[in-house]
Design a protein around this ligand. Structure first.
Ligand SMILES: NC(=O)c1ccc[n+]([C@@H]2O[C@H](COP(=O)([O-])OP(=O)(O)OC[C@H]3O[C@@H](n4cnc5c(N)ncnc54)[C@H](O)[C@@H]3O)[C@@H](O)[C@H]2O)c1
Length: 284
């Protein structure tokens, strides 16, 4: 199976590239940043904002894994983030459709619900948050993710290409996830606020890879987006206690008795068998 990976030099992209090469996939990797240590033999440097560059990539493949985006609104202007993420994605989706690629997997984000990067403090309307939860944006990173999901819907409507978007939570290495949890446990107020804004969600990079592999192996139809997060939280106290402290206005729809995640991944579970298994060691 031949796969084109964008954002291959990035945090998630490097892991996905290495794993797919190790699994025997033929990988064409691309990023605007060079990665001399890439596991992919075939690595092309260029900017996805350029339609010319994207049209010259090799889309004669079985799937595209699109991870090339600015991953937060923190370091670039609203306009730059929006333009980069929306136009880069548009070019990738358009070329995939033009070349009849059967499957496009792409990274959306849990930031799409709006709480992560909102200026004023905001809370989900209800928890667990499922894919039908309203999207209330305060900045253009979240907005770019919504536009990209709608873009996937449009391209799926007019082609046989299937699109699967992952609404990833904070996705990082085991040590970065442990560090975040440790700081919250030690009472770091700023990190506790950050943790609450991202709804204490997390995903180990190895699970992100396995989720992507599950879709590559099982395939997909139409255009779908899935919450995909670990089943527990990074929070230092049980979920109900954290909610009453940080999100007291959120309506709690299901019984919560422990450290359950407030991110509802049941739609994913109904379709794909893989469950995140690299979970936080609360004592580490
Ligand atoms: N890591 C997370 O916590 C997280 C959470 C939710 C969603 N995501 C999404 O996952 C994807 C990958 O994120 P990441 O954490 O690996 O980020 P990253 O910044 O480590 O990697 C993204 C890569 O995309 C490349 N890129 C960005 N714009 C580009 C362009 N115009 N042309 C070519 N390459 C470009 C960058 O050079 C970088 O190597 C992004 O879409 C991000 O929004 C990440």
């Amino acid at each position: 199976m031949k796969v084109l990976i964008t954002g291959s030099a990035g945090l998630i992209g490097r892991e996905v590239t290495s794993a797919l090469v190790a699994e025997g996939f033929e990988v064409l990797a691309t990023d605007r940043v060079k990665n001399d240590s890439s596991a992919a033999k075939n690595f092309v440097v260029g900017d996805l904002e350029s339609a010319d560059f994207v049209s010259q990539l090799d889309f004669q493949c079985d799937a595209v894994v699109h991870l090339g985006s600015i991953p937060s609104p923190v370091h670039d202007s609203d306009e730059k983030v929006f333009h980069n993420n929306v136009m880069g994605t548009y070019h990738v989706f358009a070329s995939a459709v033009e070349n009849n690629v059967p499957l496009v997997i792409y990274a959306s984000s849990l930031s799409i619900y709006g709480t992560a990067w909102s200026g004023p403090w905001t809370s989900p309307e209800y928890v667990p948050v499922d894919e039908s939860h309203p999207l209330n944006h305060y900045e253009s990173y979240a907005l770019s993710k919504e536009v990209n999901e709608r873009s996937a819907d449009m391209w799926a409507n007019r082609s046989g290409t299937a699109f699967v978007g992952f609404r990833f939570p904070f996705c990082n290495s085991e040590s970065a996830i442990s560090e975040l949890a440790r700081k919250m446990r030690e009472g770091d107020k700023e990190v506790l606020q950050q943790g609450a804004k991202i709804l204490w969600g997390y995903l180990d990079l190895r699970d992100a890879v396995q989720g992507i592999l599950a879709v590559l192996k099982s395939g997909a139809n139409g255009s779908k987006t899935y919450n995909f997060a670990a089943p527990d939280s990074t929070a230092p106290k049980p979920t109900l206690e954290m909610l009453s402290e940080y999100h007291p206005t959120s309506k709690v729809l299901t019984p919560l008795s422990g450290y359950e995640s407030v991110i509802d991944c049941s739609h994913w579970r109904a379709v794909y068998e893989y469950e995140p298994k690299y979970l936080l060691d609360r004592k580490a």
